[in-house]
Design a protein around this ligand. Structure first.
Ligand SMILES: [Zn+2]
Length: 190
C-alpha cells in the first residue's frame, strides 16, 4: 500500500473504485451483428499523467462511445474529451486545455495481436482502461502557452533567434551539411 499524504475524505478515491459505469455487459450484444450499446457520461480516472501534462485530479472526462457487434468481435467507436494541465515548455507557466480523442478500437475473444486488439474476457468489457489509454496517448508532449511565447527571460535568453545563431555558426565552419540545409528553413514557432 502506498502512503497517502492527503487527508482522508468521506468518498473513497477513484483509484480504489474503477468506474463501474464503464464496465459494459456484452453477453447480449456479442455475436449479434450491428447490435449496439451506447456508453455516455462522465468519469474520473486517477493518475492520467505523462511528464509534460496531466488530467487534473478529479477532472471530468466526457465519454461518448458506441459498442457495436461485428462478425468477429466488438467495435468501440466515439469520442473522449478530457481537461488537461501542464507547464509551457518555454516559460514554464502553468497552462491548461482540453483534448478531444477519436476512439476506434476493436475487442475480440482471441485476438491475433493483443497489442492492437483488446481481449474480451467473460461477459464484460471495461472501457475504463481504453479511455485511460486514449487520453494518455493524446496528452500534449510539449505544451506551449502560445505560439508567441518567448520563454522565461527573453532579454537574457531570447528563444526567437536561437536557430539563427545556429545558422551563423554553421556558416563560420564552412557551411551547413547539405543534407541538413533544408532544416534551416524550418521555424520552430509552430
Ligand atoms: Zn509560455
Amino acid at each position: 500500500m502506498r502512503a497517502d499524504p492527503l487527508p482522508v475524505t468521506s468518498s473513497p478515491g477513484p483509484e480504489h473504485n474503477p468506474d463501474a459505469s464503464l464496465v459494459v455487459s456484452v453477453g447480449d450484444v456479442e455475436g449479434r451483428v450491428a447490435e449496439r450499446r451506447l456508453v455516455r457520461g462522465t468519469t474520473v480516472l486517477d493518475a492520467v499523467a505523462i511528464s509534460s501534462a496531466a488530467v487534473p485530479e478529479g477532472g471530468a472526462i466526457d465519454v461518448d462511445l458506441v459498442v457495436e457487434a461485428s462478425l468477429d468481435g466488438l467495435a468501440v467507436v466515439g469520442q473522449v474529451t478530457a481537461p488537461w494541465q501542464g507547464e509551457c515548455r518555454r516559460c514554464l507557466e502553468p497552462i491548461e486545455g482540453e483534448i478531444e480523442v477519436d476512439v476506434h478500437e476493436i475487442w475480440q475473444r482471441h485476438p491475433e495481436d493483443p497489442e492492437e486488439i483488446w481481449t474480451i474476457v467473460g461477459d464484460q468489457i471495461d472501457l475504463g482502461e481504453l479511455v485511460r489509454e486514449a487520453v494518455l496517448l493524446s496528452l500534449p508532449l510539449a505544451p506551449l502557452c502560445g505560439s508567441g511565447c518567448r520563454g522565461p527571460d527573453p532579454e537574457s535568453f531570447p528563444t526567437d533567434g536561437a536557430h539563427l545563431a545556429d545558422e551563423e555558426e554553421g556558416a563560420e565552419t564552412g557551411g551547413i551539411d547539405p543534407r541538413w540545409a533544408a532544416l534551416s528553413d524550418l521555424t520552430f514557432d509552430d
